[in-house]
Design a protein around this ligand. Structure first.
Ligand code: 13P
Length: 248
């Protein structure tokens, strides 16, 4: 809370076209956004340039993934250098869809984090347990292991935001309760304190993702260890403005 600027990321995933994203961007540009919130939009790779050109400069642009090296024979991959060349300054890494649909491992995600940071991008590193893992009682183990794989590759924590996104809450309409989100965020912060440092624990933003809407954002945003959101579906709608303004 104190010292941690509220952070709201929109993850557009593989959605939209120039027409619909252009209209969304116009809505965001015209809206009265809380100046105390850092806003970043995660565009599909082919629209990063478009989003950066159209969005107001105060709204950041993020890629949704990148590869672990700067160039080469890696068909269809994009590099941090290319993301920066298109004017974006963030990348989302370790999203659950990358982990579970495309089989990305902790090791690969760690390598991507190291390379993206070394190239000067800021990173939204995602962690979160599946429903099966939650029911087996291994949520903390899973989330800590995923966080460690990211943390082992970070030197400058001012360039990193951690997104806790329980997989069972993503795109399902089943949001974690504010208490469930707070519980894991608090545990993640304690983990950081023990394994990284007290400073990193108290200064790093830990944001929540999973079926966040205009209707539930204020209550979750009221929790002490929730420093913002990573929003999927609702980030494509005008209600994204209300989520950005959750603490207003
Ligand atoms: P939804 O908000 O659509 O559940 O998606 C969350 C998410 O995966 C953000 O990265």
């Amino acid at each position: 809370m104190p010292g941690r600027k509220f952070f709201v990321g929109g993850n557009w995933k593989m959605n939209g076209d120039k027409k619909s994203l252009g209209a969304l961007i116009e809505t965001l540009n015209k809206a009265a956004l809380d100046p105390n919130t850092e806003v970043v939009c995660g565009a599909p790779p082919i629209y990063i340039d478009f989003a950066r050109q159209k969005l107001n400069a105060k709204i950041g642009v993020s890629a949704q993934n990148c590869y672990k090296v700067s160039k080469g024979a890696f068909t269809a991959e994009i590099s941090p250098a290319m993301i920066k060349d298109c004017g974006a300054s963030w990348v989302i890494l370790g999203h659950s869809e990358r982990r579970h649909v495309f089989g990305e491992t902790d090791e690969l995600i760690g390598q991507k984090v190291a390379h993206a940071l070394s190239e000067g991008l800021e990173v939204i590193g995602c962690v979160g347990e599946t429903l099966d893992e939650r029911e087996k009682g291994v949520t903390e183990k899973v989330v800590f292991e995923q966080t460690k794989a990211i943390a082992d590759n970070v030197k400058d924590w001012s360039k990193v935001v951690i997104a806790y996104e329980p997989v069972w809450a993503i795109g399902t309409g089943k949001t974690a309760t504010p208490e469930q989100a707070q519980e894991i965020h608090e545990k993640l912060r304690s983990w950081m304190k023990k394994h990284i440092s007290a400073d990193v624990a108290s200064n790093t933003r830990i944001i929540y993702g999973g079926s966040v809407t205009a209707g539930n954002c204020k209550e979750i945003a009221g929790k002490a260890d929730v420093d913002g959101f990573l929003v999927g579906g609702a980030s494509l709608k005008p209600e994204f403005v209300n989520i950005i303004n959750a603490r207003k």
